[in-house]
Design a protein around this ligand. Structure first.
Ligand SMILES: *Cc1c(COP(=O)(O)O)cnc(C)c1O
Ligand code: SF4
Length: 352
């Protein structure tokens, strides 16, 4: 067997190598038919529970499906991606723009909410569609930074010397081609007030093929310290291929952090959360944030109330070293940063 990225002395058909190396192939090959997914997992009996109204179609790479347990309707990876009819319920308090992004848009795909940091909606595409995603209703098509050739985004950042960190987000910024990423960072090089680059991505976890020679070469050539903030919610999302991709990112100089979302039925136990933090660290990743769910339409069935979230976090704190404890936060529209969940914040939110 020829493993992608491994040098070989064997004469190999050049096309075979090109295909093995091309992450786009794995991208295109993602499962998009919920019935096919159920069939692959021996769960055809769930067909009657599929969502009938979802505007946000299923999308899941085959490598991620391989990490799911066969025949288990409660598999924590499956639950993150399967559109169930729970999504069709209208629940008061769950809205389309749950985090106030619309108000913070600066044009050109730039969202500026917090001091010193500009977040770029680089693209609307993702390799996987997460059912709880707070951007599932975001009007991507109108306002992504890459679509406009980055020009407007770069102008916004260049024009504001208070911005020291550029965060590539989306969608998934690593769904863009290497040359497209380079186009942006080449333009950012000319801006003296940029000190850090950050990439918010789920791709190294859900499609580790993306971490290829081209991406690593781009990373190594960047003039700023780079942080990659990954997104994994359960220890089962890691496997040997993900570990290898993460090791390669670290070797290319990136600091690795993880943000997770607290999700009912997926990671809402002390064991699941501790396993996630420990398994991530084994792959060189430090926990960063544990997010309380954003109250976005269609995600109500994943919500954990604040009292329980706080209790889980306290139990986690008593079990893990401090450096493996994620900060439990929630996104509050208009706040100067992610808001730590405290008993006070909890009761205010419950009352509101
Ligand atoms: C979450 C977020 C950031 C990053 O916040 P950190 O606390 O620095 O991780 C920046 N901008 C926006 C708009 C965000 O939503
Ligand atoms: S990868 Fe991130 S942006 Fe894309 S659907 Fe999942 S949570 Fe949302």
């Amino acid at each position: 067997m020829i493993t992608a990225g491994q040098p070989t002395l064997q004469p190999v058909h050049p096309r075979a190598v090109a295909i093995a190396h091309d992450w786009r192939q794995a991208w295109r090959d993602a499962v998009r038919d919920p019935h096919e997914l159920l069939e692959l997992l021996g769960l055809e009996s769930l067909a009657g529970n599929l969502s009938e109204t979802s505007q946000f179609p299923l999308r899941v790479p085959r490598g991620f499906i391989k990490r799911m347990r066969h025949g288990d309707p409660n598999d924590p990876l499956l639950r993150q991606v399967l559109p169930l009819d729970d999504e069709d319920r209208i629940v008061p308090g769950f809205e389309l723009d749950a985090v106030g992004d619309s108000e913070a848009r600066r044009g050109g795909g730039v969202i500026h909410k917090y001091q010193g940091r500009a977040l770029l909606i680089a693209t609307g595409s993702c390799a996987v569609h997460c059912r709880y995603c707070f951007r599932r209703h975001y009007p991507y098509a109108e306002d992504t930074a890459a679509a406009a050739g980055w020009r407007e985004a770069v102008a916004v950042i260049a024009g504001d010397p208070s911005l020291h960190e550029v965060i590539l987000s989306g969608g998934d910024p690593l769904s863009l081609a290497d040359h497209k990423l380079a186009e942006l960072t080449d333009a950012l090089r000319a801006i003296p007030h940029i000190r850090r680059l950050r990439i918010h991505t789920r791709l190294p976890v859900v499609l580790p093929e993306r971490v290829d020679a081209g991406l690593l070469a781009w990373l190594r050539g960047l003039p700023w310290p780079v942080t990659v903030v990954l997104h994994a919610n359960h220890a089962n999302e890691f496997d040997a291929q993900v570990d290898a991709a993460l090791a390669a990112l670290r070797t290319a100089g990136a600091a690795l952090l993880n943000q997770a979302v607290l999700l009912r039925g997926i990671n809402d136990s002390v064991d699941a959360l501790a396993d996630l933090c420990e398994r991530g660290f084994q792959a060189g990743v430090l926990p960063y944030y544990l997010h309380q769910l954003d109250r976005v339409t269609g995600a109500a069935h994943f919500e954990i109330d604040d009292a329980r979230a706080l209790a889980l976090h306290a139990a986690l704190a008593s079990r893990l070293p401090g450096y493996l404890l994620p900060r439990l936060v929630r996104e509050v529209a208009g706040a100067p940063g992610k808001t730590p969940l405290t008993a006070a914040v909890g009761s205010a939110t419950t009352a509101g």
